[in-house]
Structure formats: C-alpha cells, structure tokens
Design a binder for this molecule. Structure first.
Ligand code: NAP
Length: 224
C-alpha cells in the first residue's frame, strides 16, 4: 500500500508498539486516527486522538462515528490494544481473566467489526491484527493470554476468508517478546533485556504494509 494521504486507524497507540507505529506512520503522509484510553500520551500533534476503552463496545461504536466525521474511507487499521497476564492459572483472579479476554479478544473483535463493515462496503482496505507468538504456541504461565490470542488468531484467519469475498485484506502479525514500556509492568522482575525493541518491530510492520499482501507474519529475534 502506498501510504501517502491514506486514512489509518491505530488502536492502542499510547505506548509500546502502537505508539512506535504512530510515530513512523505520521512521517508517511497518512491521516492518522489514534484510539486508546490514555490516547493523549501518543504524542503525535497532527493525529486525531479519540479516547476509548476497547472493552466497551458502545465506546468503540462512538469512536468510529467520530472518525466518520473526518473521513469517508478507512484504508488501514492496526488493531494493537492489548494487555498481558503472566501467571499460574491458579493465582489469576476472575477480574484479571475477564480483563484479558475483554481487551485482547473481545475488544479486538469490536474494533475489527466497526472497520470491517466500513471497508466491506467500499470493497477495499487492510486490517492488521496484532496477535503474538502466544497465539501460536502453548505457554503454561500464559494460559489466559494464550486463550485470548489463540482466539484472536481464529478470528483473524476466519475474517481473512470472509475478506476474500468483500475485498478486505486481513493480516495476523505475531510478534515475539518486545520491551514495551507498559506491557511488562504487571510482571515486576521479568528479564526483558533480550526482547525486541518495539521500534524495530514497528518498522517491520511498515515494510509489511508497503509490500505485497501477506496473511500471516511472525516477527521474532533471530535465534543465535
Ligand atoms: N510486549 C510484548 O512482549 C508483546 C509480544 C507480542 C505481542 N504483544 C501484543 O502487542 C500489542 C501491543 O502491546 P505493547 O507491548 O505495545 O503493550 P503496551 O505498551 O502496554 O501498549 C498497549 C496499548 O494497548 C492499549 N490498551 C490496553 N487496554 C486498553 C483498553 N481497554 N482500551 C483501549 N486501549 C487499551 C494501551 O493504551 P491505554 O492504556 O491508553 O488504553 C496501549 O496503547 C498487544 O496486543 C500485545 O498483546 C506484545
């Protein structure tokens, strides 16, 4: 996709990977729409920022009605909001379980639904769901996070098939561990020094957007 003058929505743009993507995409001549709860932290003066919580479907509906006032066509969605949970299942609270499923799975679906409706109507557009390698592999300390991300993978692959009928491209991006500033706050003491820099991952996603359509991309640090 040639990004110049394209309308791009990033959900989860206030920190980590989403914020890094917003910064890079702001230099590509895009019309940027940024969504998250603390969206002001995204720090891109030219972008339109909409505060919304992806766990609340009504919030998301209203956010996209606001975007409709500015553009008749969303060309690209980067669906990136997410939270982690690195815990033995026995120690996870019901609130934590609900939060992960509501944010990482249901929230991503609410967002994608709003965008997919609009893209399918015009017969074009590209949705990128940021999943995780935890959507590909079983991890005993991430049972709930894996459940959400495996669910998101199933959703992504199914929407890909639906998109073949409607002209909407759908890509699942599966990053390995990143050093995002907030994501690992919930797990104090976790050694993330060997993880990827989110700016590096963001650049690979920009290359993906500009290149030929790919349905699935895994981004991991090369094994030594
Ligand atoms: N970090 C990793 O190692 C890693 C690895 C693979 C995949 N991922 C995935 O990559 C994505 C980005 O993660 P990150 O590492 O960049 O984490 P991050 O720095 O914590 O950023 C998460 C983003 O999601 C937003 N968000 C969280 N809950 C939200 C809610 N209820 N409503 C709206 N926005 C919400 C946050 O914004 P607000 O707080 O302002 O709402 C923030 O902008 C996530 O989907 C994550 O699962 C992360």
């Amino acid at each position: 996709m040639d990004l110049d003058n394209k309308s791009v929505v990033i959900v989860g743009a206030s920190s980590g990977l989403g914020k890094a993507l917003a910064k890079l995409l702001s230099k590509e001549g895009t019309n940027l729409f940024l969504i998250s709860r603390k969206v002001a932290l995204s720090n891109i003066p030219s972008a339109i920022k909409i505060a919304a919580d992806v766990r609340k479907a009504e919030n998301i509906k209203i956010a996209f009605e606001e975007i409709d006032k500015h553009t008749g066509s969303i060309d690209l969605l980067i669906n990136c909001a997410g939270i982690g949970l690195l815990k033995d299942l026995r120690e996870s609270t019901i609130e934590e379980i609900n939060d992960v499923i509501d944010t990482d799975l249901k929230g991503a679906i609410y967002v994608a639904q709003e965008v997919y409706k609009r893209m399918a109507e015009k017969g074009s557009g590209h949705i990128i769901n940021i999943v995780s390698t935890s959507g590909l592999r079983a991890r005993p300390m991430e049972t709930v996070y894996c459940a959400a991300k495996w669910g998101l993978r199933g959703f992504t692959e199914s929407l890909q098939v639906a998109g073949e009928e409607t002209g909407v491209k759908v890509t699942g991006v599966y990053p390995g561990g990143m050093k995002s500033e907030n994501f690992w706050k919930i797990t104090p003491g976790k050694d993330i020094s060997g993880f990827m820099d989110q700016n590096e991952v963001a650049q690979k996603i920009i290359d993906l957007i500009k290149g030929d359509y790919q349905k699935e991309v895994t981004i991991e640090r090369p094994k030594k």
